[in-house]
Design a protein around this ligand. Structure first.
Ligand code: ADP
Ligand code: MG
Length: 343
């Protein structure tokens, strides 16, 4: 439905979007998640034909957004970061103007506008000038202009930014409602925003796609980084000796406390060492006071990924960890080999 191929956007020497490729299938809610400056708005502006790319292309239902803009844009509704509102118009006048722009048939316009006004709860302000509306209402007018005509794909750039919690919940409900019949792509720099509504998360950092999966899979894949905590009643030396005898344990550390030792083990090759640890402690007569396994949360996944991407050097690990396309993986491995041979 949407195909983004090798998108690059450079501003002078600064690369805002760096070889981004992905596809968007029908009927899902996609979330672009990334810190400020990650390249989300730039990508959305290119996808919707507001901005040209330096390299790469965007196909909407097979139509190139730059070569066949009219056809491609027919299936897209877009709410940019700063909604394109004419503040001297009333809400009603503005939506009529948008309906004209979108070439919605005259006789269908009234019904269409009515439907959108009800969906976005704008009835009370229909005859008010946009310039006198609060931020929350303006955002809803922005949403209304994006969904008028009910295009197949609705793209929303940070739709909840600047709204109060009640308005955020209302917008989320509206997005879920729209998703029943439309494909939605929305962006946010806040994980909770994205994980609350999206079926598929694309994490973007430094203009690169660093992970792309369902929220559940992202969490599952990251459980590689789970941590095991054990509180064992014995001396530090005893614990160290015992742990050294267990194969495949991840990185561990021991902290001596007043009556016991706190052991922290990062998950290693030995995927679940809990039973082995239990029997080892039992055999040695070291009572286990607590044993707790803590999986990385999606929040931690997001932070780790974006932090590491900022540093840049660890980037190559992600395709393997996050099961991205084989082609890209090979490409990166090739680059890695090249790096090595040039040393
Ligand atoms: P996001 O929406 O994820 O916060 P943007 O797409 O707005 O990120 O910006 C990505 C990067 O490109 C940022 O570093 C930003 O400063 C830069 N950038 C965006 N627009 C321009 C522009 N018109 N000229 C120069 N740099 C820009
Ligand atoms: Mg932005």
């Amino acid at each position: 439905m949407i195909e983004v191929r090798n998108l690059v956007k450079r501003y002078g020497s600064h690369t805002a979007v760096d070889h981004l490729s992905f596809t968007v299938e029908k009927g899902q809610i996609y979330g672009f998640l990334g810190p400020n400056g990650a390249g989300k708005s730039t990508t959305m502006n290119i996808m919707t034909g507001y901005l040209g790319a330096t390299e790469g292309e965007v196909l909407i239902d097979g139509h190139n957004i730059l070569e066949e803009p009219e056809k491609a844009k027919q299936s897209i509704g877009y709410l940019p970061e700063i909604p394109p509102l004419y503040t001297d118009m009333t809400v009603g006048e503005y939506l009529k103007f948008v309906a004209e722009l979108k070439k919605i048939e005259r006789k269908k316009q009234r019904d269409e506008i009515r439907k959108v006004i009800v969906m976005t709860k704008l009835q009370e302000v229909e005859n008010r000038l946009i310039r006198n509306l609060s931020k929350g209402y303006r955002q809803r007018v922005g949403l209304a202009q994006a969904i008028i005509g009910f295009p197949d794909i609705i793209i929303l750039d940070e739709p909840t930014v600047g709204l109060d919690p009640k308005q955020i919940i209302e917008i989320r409900e509206l997005i879920r409602e729209l998703a029943k019949e439309h494909t939605i792509i929305l962006s946010s720099h806040i994980l909770a925003e994205i994980s609350a509504v999206c079926d598929h998360i694309m994490i973007i950092s430094g203009g690169k796609l660093i992970a792309s999966d369902t929220p559940e899979n992202l969490e599952k894949q990251m459980s590689d980084a789970g941590t095991l905590y054990l509180d064992v009643k014995t001396k530090k030396e005893n614990v160290q000796e015992m742990l050294s005898g267990i194969q495949g344990l991840g990185k561990w550390s021991v902290e001596e406390k007043e009556y016991s030792c706190l052991i922290t083990i990062q998950e290693g090759k030995n995927k679940d060492p809990r039973e082995e640890l239990f029997y080892a402690c039992a055999q040695a007569n070291y009572p286990i006071l607590t044993m707790q396994y803590k999986k990385a949360s999606l929040e931690e996944v997001f932070l780790e990924l974006t932090e590491a991407a900022k540093k840049g050097s660890e980037r190559q690990k992600y395709p393997r960890r996050f099961g991205m396309s084989g082609r890209k993986k090979e490409q990166i491995e090739e680059e890695e080999n090249k790096d090595e041979s040039s040393l």
